[in-house]
Design a protein around this ligand. Structure first.
Ligand code: SF4
Length: 184
């Protein structure tokens, strides 16, 4: 099965990649499409970490660079439920389109590893998206791998972010080591 994995960041994807590359029936590729990561400085840090992870594991990853900062500012609500639903849909639709165009059988997403995301909503949107594109959605509850991913990332020196991604999640994060960014 040719499987395209949507990669949101290195810490969320490394344990999934580590698992999937050892399944002989799966031919794995990654796709980095995350216009929800703001600002550009943060985006670059996460993209570079994914680049390093891809090289460490020897998997091909396509990077689709696009900044969604203005879109988030102008169109998305501060209300978490509404904006996250849009954020999941945008990214999953793009990965499905890419998978379809490139002749993949299935897609999945590293968002399924996070205990902090709305897992069931991601699953539902991904299944609906897969049906629309005539693809398989490869589902596994990857949450059991969450701490393995964090440990692997620490060991390999991948950048570990301190907020989910968008400008609103930056202001919601109370992580003491959050970088200082100014959103105009
Ligand atoms: S909080 Fe995270 S999932 Fe929700 S809109 Fe922001 S970046 Fe996307």
């Amino acid at each position: 099965m040719k499987l395209m994995l949507h990669i949101c960041c290195a810490p969320c994807s490394v344990a999934i990649v580590d698992k999937l590359i050892n399944i002989p029936e799966i031919e794995l590729s990654g796709f980095f499409y995350n216009p929800n990561i703001h600002p550009e400085e943060e985006y670059i840090k996460r993209r570079e970490a994914v680049n390093k992870m891809a090289s460490d594991y020897g998997i091909p990853v396509t990077f689709q660079n696009e900044s969604g900062l203005e879109y988030w500012k102008n169109n998305l609500s501060r209300e978490k439920e509404v904006r996250c639903r849009t954020c999941y849909s945008l990214r999953l639709d793009r990965i499905a389109r890419e998978a379809k165009e490139k002749g993949f059988d299935a897609f999945s997403t590293s968002l399924l590893i996070s205990p902090y995301q709305d897992h069931e909503l991601i699953r539902k949107i991904a299944e609906d998206t897969a049906n629309r594109y005539g693809l398989l959605f490869y589902y596994e509850d990857f949450r059991e791998l969450y701490y393995k991913g964090k440990n692997l990332s620490r060991a390999k020196g991948y950048y570990m972010q301190k907020f989910c991604g968008c400008m609103y999640s930056y202001s919601e994060s109370d992580h003491p080591k959050k970088p200082i960014y100014i959103f105009e």
